[in-house]
Write a protein that binds this ligand. Structure first.
Ligand SMILES: [Zn+2]
Length: 136
């Protein structure tokens, strides 16, 4: 009788722990933190509609769509040293990206690779290989 109670207690603890674990995992899965952070980054990007040039507009649109990806990519137009840009996303927070082919090409290329499901590490490698020679 006594040992039965003990077993039930242990089973109960295991069940509670399992449920807590499931709740924790599902909470983590639905946490909106990442999304709002990404929306915040997108909000910093200039509106693509203010540009007439098709390619310029497309690249600002990429910055709006996948700020998380551009944020992890370097820019090789020289802006990282001359303007203190920390990554390619910075180029689209102001007009800088509108006059810079390299910034645009990096963003458009990254979008293409991202759409193919390429992991970020590989996108970074490809961008570095392709554009580092343009660095002034
Ligand atoms: Zn740039």
């Amino acid at each position: 009788m006594k040992s039965d109670n003990k077993q039930n207690l242990i089973l109960g603890i295991v069940a509670v722990a399992l449920m807590a674990g499931i709740a924790w995992v599902s909470l983590r899965g639905t946490q909106p933190v990442d999304e709002s952070a990404s929306a915040g980054k997108a909000a910093d990007v200039l509106s693509p509609t203010i540009f007439d040039d098709e390619k310029t507009r497309a690249s600002y649109q990429v910055a709006k769509d996948i700020p998380d990806v551009l944020e992890q990519l370097p820019c090789f137009c020289g802006c990282m040293t001359s303007f203190g840009h920390k990554n390619n996303l910075f180029c689209f927070k102001d007009q800088h990206g509108s006059g810079c082919t390299i910034c645009q090409d990096i963003a458009l290329d990254a979008k293409k690779m991202h759409d193919q499901g390429m992991p970020i590490a590989q996108i970074q490698d490809n961008i570095k290989t392709k554009y580092s020679r343009y660095q002034p």
